[in-house]
Design a protein. Structure first.
Length: 574
């Protein structure tokens, strides 16, 4: 018990000395002197407590506000050079997803295989008419019927996937799709002419098989760290005379399964490293109609982020960097890729198959062992059609008033976060009606009419784009400045004040506790004050002689000594 009292005494001495010596204004009034009324000390204590509460409240509110949203995205540069970016990927998706001519050829193949090479026109037409049903594997607009299932069983037998008893859907649909060389001509990029087959390839998209330009994402192989050798990257040059130009022919006589009630093609403009998927919103789309000259003036939007924000959780920063989840994405994480993967998982889980047009290169999904969806699965797709075409809100809690139906009908992909860095491509389109074949395309008019054609021009008219940058609202230097200013306004607090507090309340307390220093009054206790004319004179001379910092408490101590030992001037009066 005695030890405890001694500790309290040491702490009290340290606090008393701190109040006397601190550079913070007002604390000396808490201890006062002998003439200070108790009510004055109490008022000063209340003032300091009130100021402390107010300052802490402001600091806590400021911190919570910062902690809730510690990042800010702002326009960093309006002159970002677009020539350092990739030219966007272009996909030309024929509205006619099944070529009449090629479908008839496939029907011939099936009929001859069924009849040992002796198929007649009736046998071929029987297959030709029923192959049109295969378009349902892209749009899922009707439920499966017994006729469809019976026809699917015939296909499984006649044209199975290697080492499998199931029809090779992807190979067949790729064969029946219009080929790039049949409807894209006169390709020119940055003033250089190319053959269609050199720069356009038939690749998967959510619209089926499309002819893609500068598409750098691997479609059916597991992600690797480098681009495959067959991929080309096309640098950007500025001006309408540069960019991509090509001629599209819409062959009405070859139409067999159009996905829209019109003649033409869809053009998609998107990031070269992303699979074009309408549900993710990662591409811009337009319709190429007949007898048009279509101009697309592309403008990229670039967003970058300070790597410092990575130390915050994904939930807090609400985005992911490219090299996160490296094992799965090999440094190519993108928001759209994650959503596509989530959609694939949903389809695989509910229907136990994958559509022929989705990518199969996600490492942690057993896509290579999953069969391709056929007419056997049409009932499942028709049942969950709405679910496979919508997303649930990306929220942790599913119990959100007003969103109950969205959570039931949509796919819930809570593990997906927007990309911290990305490049998006938008454009301004304009169309001019063709009234004749332009001179440089005259050699094509022998086999095709301008009335069933579209000339496409995609270019960058502006060398500069807008760069948006995500950064911390405050760096640590700015946080010290902001919070230090608040403490300085209310307390006059500074780093020196903080060091003073640490010194007196910790180091000084230990000194008093273990007797490492004498009591602050010891220098005055044995002084003969009768040799001085006044207490003030004694106080100042003794302090200077002993090289002491004069304290009010020491002054009061001398006054008490003077009561017992009259000063020299008082003795002389007697």
């Amino acid at each position: 018990m005695k030890k405890i009292n001694h500790e309290k005494s040491a702490l009290a001495k340290s606090f008393h000395e701190f109040c006397e010596k601190t550079s913070i204004a007002g604390y000396i009034n808490i201890i006062g002197d002998k003439n200070t009324l108790l009510i004055e000390k109490f008022v000063w204590i209340l003032i300091n407590i009130g100021v402390l509460i107010i300052s802490i409240t402001i600091l806590v509110k400021s911190w919570y506000k910062f902690d809730e949203n510690p990042f800010v995205t702002s326009l960093d540069n309006m002159s970002y050079d677009v020539t350092s970016l990739y030219f966007p990927a272009i996909a030309v998706c024929n509205i006619n997803q099944m070529s009449r001519q090629r479908t008839f050829q496939y029907a011939e193949f099936l009929a001859n295989k069924m009849h040992d090479g002796n198929a007649n026109s009736t046998d071929i037409n029987w297959f030709f008419e029923r192959l049109k049903i295969m378009g349902q594997l892209l749009v899922y607009s009707s439920d499966a019927t017994k006729e469809m299932i019976d026809f699917q069983m015939i296909l499984d037998e006649l044209d199975p996937f290697p080492d499998s008893d199931f029809w090779d859907v992807e190979k067949a649909m790729r064969f029946m799709s219009p080929q790039c060389e049949d409807h894209i001509f006169k390709v020119k990029f940055n003033g250089v002419h190319y053959k269609t087959s050199e720069v356009f390839q038939l690749n998967k998209a959510d619209e089926g098989f499309c002819c893609t330009f500068n598409y750098l994402r691997p479609s059916d192989t597991v992600y690797n760290d480098t681009l495959s050798p067959e991929n080309k990257t096309f640098p950007i040059k500025i001006g309408m005379e540069n960019g991509l130009e090509f001629f599209v022919f819409h062959n009405e006589s070859d139409y067999y399964y159009p996905t829209m009630n019109t003649i033409g093609s869809q053009i998609l403009i998107f990031n070269p490293f992303e699979y074009p998927e309408a549900l993710t919103g990662n591409y811009r789309r337009d319709i190429l109609e007949k007898a048009d000259m279509a101009y697309f003036d592309v403008t990229p939007k670039v967003r970058r982020a300070n790597y410092e924000i990575r130390r915050y959780s994904r939930k807090q920063r609400q985005c992911m960097f490219r090299d996160e989840q490296f094992k799965e994405y090999k440094g190519n994480y993108k928001f759209s890729e994650c959503l596509i993967k989530c959609r694939i998982e949903s389809i695989k889980g509910l229907c136990d198959c994958l559509p022929y047009f989705v990518p199969r290169n996600f490492k942690d999904i057993a896509t290579n062992d999953t069969i391709t969806c056929s007419l056997h699965h049409l009932h499942c797709f028709y049942k969950y059609k709405l679910k496979f075409r919508s997303w649930s809100p990306i929220l942790e809690e599913k119990q959100v008033h007003g969103l109950e139906r969205e959570f039931i009908d949509g796919m819930w992909c809570i593990e997906c976060f927007p990309s911290c860095t990305f490049t998006q491509y938008s454009y301004i389109s304009s169309f001019v009606v063709l009234h004749g074949m332009p001179p440089k395309y005259k050699d094509l008019q022998k086999s095709m009419s301008y009335k069933n054609s579209t000339i496409v021009k995609i270019y960058f008219s502006n060398q500069f784009a807008k760069l948006f940058y995500t950064d911390l609202v405050y760096t640590w230097e700015e946080m010290i400045s902001v919070y230090g200013s608040i403490l300085s306004i209310f307390f006059g607090f500074s780093i020196i004040s903080f060091l003073e507090f640490i010194y007196f309340m910790i180091y000084r307390t230990f000194q008093y506790k273990f007797g490492w220093i004498d009591d602050e009054m010891d220098e005055f206790r044995h002084i003969d004050v009768t040799n001085y004319k006044s207490i003030e004179q004694a106080f100042m001379i003794i302090s200077a002689r002993k090289n002491l910092y004069p304290l009010p408490s020491q002054y009061e101590f001398l006054r008490e000594i003077a009561v017992r030992k009259p000063l020299r001037r008082n003795i002389h009066r007697h």
